[in-house]
Design a protein around this ligand. Structure first.
Ligand SMILES: Nc1ncnc2c1ncn2[C@@H]1O[C@H](COP(=O)(O)OP(=O)(O)O)[C@@H](O)[C@H]1O
Ligand SMILES: [Mg+2]
Length: 368
């Protein structure tokens, strides 16, 4: 039996499978009465709405860009639930990103050739430059929050941590320590007041690296990290030779190395701005178009869908084995299954660097 989300003002959406879920919300596939499909982010009303959803809504309202997920509407309503009864909720209706998360295309489909990385880098940086000019920053950039639409256009999503670049007090700095550790800027790790756009640039640099390599450049951008320390100490030569060794070949162009180092600068004042990033010579290299990549990405999507299907089947089988009622196993899980992700992350973390390289280099600048 279909379940519905009914808005206070008469909107009505038929709910489908779960596309993703976070700590405090669920994102579901939704269809209106004209069969238009959307993604709807649903949050239980007993959770503090003001704090969690208002930043997201405020940002979405301000940003209308081809590469930013579109806001359709939002409101309060009732979610029908056949088992637990009706529930009062807050919801945000979003443009549906049919392709899914960029994360899965990389993790399951393999690293992107440089001209493909350049295509997505351009889309991502243009969206962020636009946002920064509008006076908002994202603060939780990572491949899990970058979605692809049906044509594999990139859409920046998840503005739950977004904030005005001038800070909540208008003084120009942000102070809340948040984000995802492996994409956080060093100034956030250090608990210092920070500028939002600079933090977004650093996370974007890591995303570019992940696209090119299918692995992260380091565990985190902090002094404790032996790989990031190489960059802090201006020993990019050692950083890149370590990665070349892990990769088995030198896949990083001279321009990419220079761009990445500029985006990852320890001192936010030395870090490139998003506009400087876009003006960097790396962007003048060969770039694929969406039609060039269609066949490759259709193939990647098949793999992603197959994995999601397998994960659903596994969960179904496990539940059946536990003897749960059939009706209970219908809710699909996605590739966001924590076990699947944990395994992928572990694989990504397999970066071997010769000890002596790291030690000699880190001693050299341990006071940086
Ligand atoms: N517009 C959308 N279209 C398709 N899937 C979406 C959309 N928005 C979110 N999702 C899915 O739901 C997941 C969680 O949504 P997100 O906005 O990132 O919330 P959270 O703050 O919980 O991470 C995403 O990672 C993605 O898989
Ligand atoms: Mg998210």
């Amino acid at each position: 039996m279909p379940t519905y989300l009914k808005g206070e003002k008469g909107a009505r959406y038929q709910l489908g499978r779960t596309l993703g879920s976070g700590v405090s919300c669920k994102v579901k596939l939704a269809k209106d009465d004209n069969n238009n499909r959307f993604a709807v982010k649903i949050m239980s009303k007993d959770i503090d709405f003001a704090e969690l959803m208002s930043a997201e809504l405020e940002t979405l309202r301000q940003c209308a860009h081809d590469n930013v997920i579109g806001l359709v509407e939002s409101g309060k309503g009732t979610q029908e639930n056949s088992k637990k009864g009706d529930k009062s909720v807050h919801y945000i209706v979003l443009e549906l990103a049919q392709g899914g998360e960029l994360f899965d295309f990389i993790a399951l489909g393999g690293r992107f050739p440089e001209p493909v990385t350049r295509l997505y880098a351009k889309q991502l940086c243009q969206a962020l430059s636009y946002m920064h000019k509008k006076g908002v920053c994202h603060r939780d950039l990572k491949p899990e929050n970058l979605m692809l639409d049906a044509n594999y256009n990139l859409k920046v999503a998840d503005f739950g941590f977004a904030a005005p670049t001038v800070g909540r007090d208008g003084k120009g700095k942000l102070t809340t320590q948040l984000g995802t550790a492996s994409y956080m800027a060093p100034e956030i790790h250090l608990g210092k007041p920070y500028e939002g756009p600079a933090v977004d640039v650093l996370a974007t640099g890591i995303i570019l690296f992940v696209m090119m390599t299918q692995r992260p450049p380091f565990s985190q951008a902090s002094h404790d990290d032996p790989h990031y320390r190489l960059l802090i100490g201006k020993r990019g030569d050692l950083f890149w030779s370590a990665h070349e060794e892990a990769e088995g070949e030198d896949i990083y162009s001279k321009e990419f190395k220079s761009l990445f180092e500029g985006m990852l600068a320890f001192n936010p004042k030395e870090r490139l701005t998003m506009d400087q990033v876009l003006a960097h010579p790396w962007f003048s290299g060969p770039t694929k178009t969406l039609s060039d990549i269609k066949a490759d990405f259709d193939q990647r999507k098949t793999v992603v869908d197959q994995e999601a299907h397998n994960a659903r089947e596994e969960k179904r089988a496990a539940r059946a084995q536990r003897g749960e009622a059939k009706g209970k196993v219908r809710r699909g899980i996605k590739l966001g299954d924590p076990a699947v992700r944990a395994q992928l992350r572990e694989q990504w973390g397999l970066l071997e660097v010769k000890d002596f390289d790291i030690r000699s280099a880190t001693q050299f600048f341990s006071s940086a």
